[in-house]
Design a protein around this ligand. Structure first.
Ligand code: ZN
Length: 340
């Protein structure tokens, strides 16, 4: 019970990529870069184990960005054709690649780091992929026309990749859908259906991560406009509860999300965000324990997985791993209480 895990990304070592940046450039190239990505993945696994996590991940060490890292090995995308686009309903703008033809998977995207991760841990291994709705919200389209058609095209290639990750020994495939907290009516319309298409045929554990974004300035400013209670989850959780997805990862630490919304996820595993990724202050284990206790009013400890609010890619490494250590220690406090 109370198995600890992380939402997804971790900071990369300074020898691999620019530090404390979300869209960090690589510092290596060619085969040296490929070797560096693999080594950083193994290091991230070992550091998560040392921090005391029960379910570890690749830390997204081999991808430049959680969305565009997946797009790198697909046909149908012109990376040279950059389009300036409003993202997450114009919360911020970014220069994004453009879809110019049919989306096809050229071959494995994350095979190398999945193999490296699997070979270097006996713990439950989780791998993250961007969800279809979030991908279409982070790329321009000059081919498909309708956003939902593009989402289903991405869902098909995500499914191919997810099935391969499962075959390589990955235990949990998680789809990241921050866009679910932005376009709530579209989740019921086609977002959830596209996500289920991406997860089709998986027999490993499946998860969806829905958050209020990385701790970057645009997100922090947006959160300031959301009022006293953030109830976005209230619209999407019933849709997710009716889906085949096993686990839901949500943001709870230092957020204005009312904890009782977890009730809407009856039957699901709940990955409770106990670590604020928008603050450099490392939580105390007691603070983590307090968040877990609050969540336990709405979900049984067997179905509660203490987690981070979101990815930690733009943070300083020692802070990120300090937070993971606090997460594991906080969960241990509550476990000991429960054992009496
Ligand atoms: Zn997130």
């Amino acid at each position: 019970m109370l198995k600890t895990t992380l939402a997804g990304s971790l900071p990369k070592p300074g020898w691999l990529a620019e530090e404390e940046k979300l869209w960090a450039g690589w510092k290596l190239e060619g085969q040296t870069l490929e070797d560096g990505k693999r080594d950083a993945t193994i290091l991230a696994i070992k550091l998560q184990e040392a921090a005391g996590l029960d379910i570890v991940g690749d830390g997204e060490q081999a991808r430049a960005h959680f969305v565009h890292g997946f797009l790198a090995n697909l046909d149908g995308i012109d990376f040279g054709k950059k389009t300036l686009m409003g993202i997450r309903n114009n919360r911020y703008t970014a220069e994004v690649p453009t879809v110019t033809g049919k989306i096809r998977r050229n071959g494995p995207v994350h095979r190398l780091e999945a193999l490296a991760a699997r070979a270097n841990t006996a713990k439950t291994l989780k791998f993250t992929l961007p969800g279809p709705m979030t991908i279409v919200d982070t790329i321009a389209d000059a081919h498909y026309g309708r956003r939902e058609d593009l989402a289903f095209a991405f869902a098909e290639v995500l499914n191919e990749e997810a099935l391969e990750l499962q075959a390589l020994g990955v235990d949990v495939v998680q789809f990241d859908e921050p866009a679910f907290n932005v376009y709530m009516p579209l989740v019921a319309e086609w977002g959830m259906a596209a996500l289920e298409r991406a997860a089709q045929g998986l027999t490993c554990t499946t998860a969806v991560h829905i958050c209020y974004g990385y701790g970057i300035k645009a997100n922090i400013e947006w959160k300031g406009t959301l009022g006293a209670e953030w109830r976005h989850y209230e619209e999407t959780f019933p849709v997710i509860a009716a889906s085949k997805i096993d686990q839901v990862s949500l943001e709870c630490a230092n957020s204005r999300v009312p904890m009782e919304l977890i009730r809407l996820l009856k039957g699901k595993d709940v990955l409770v965000g106990c670590i604020d990724v928008a603050s450099n202050r490392v939580e105390t284990p007691e603070e983590v324990a307090a968040t877990i206790r609050k969540a336990m009013a709405f979900v049984a400890p067997e179905k509660l997985f203490p987690c981070t609010n979101c990815g930690m890619a733009p943070m300083a490494r020692e802070i990120a791993y300090g937070k993971l250590t606090a997460l594991a220690k906080g969960a241990r406090i509550v476990c000991e209480e429960l054992r009496g």
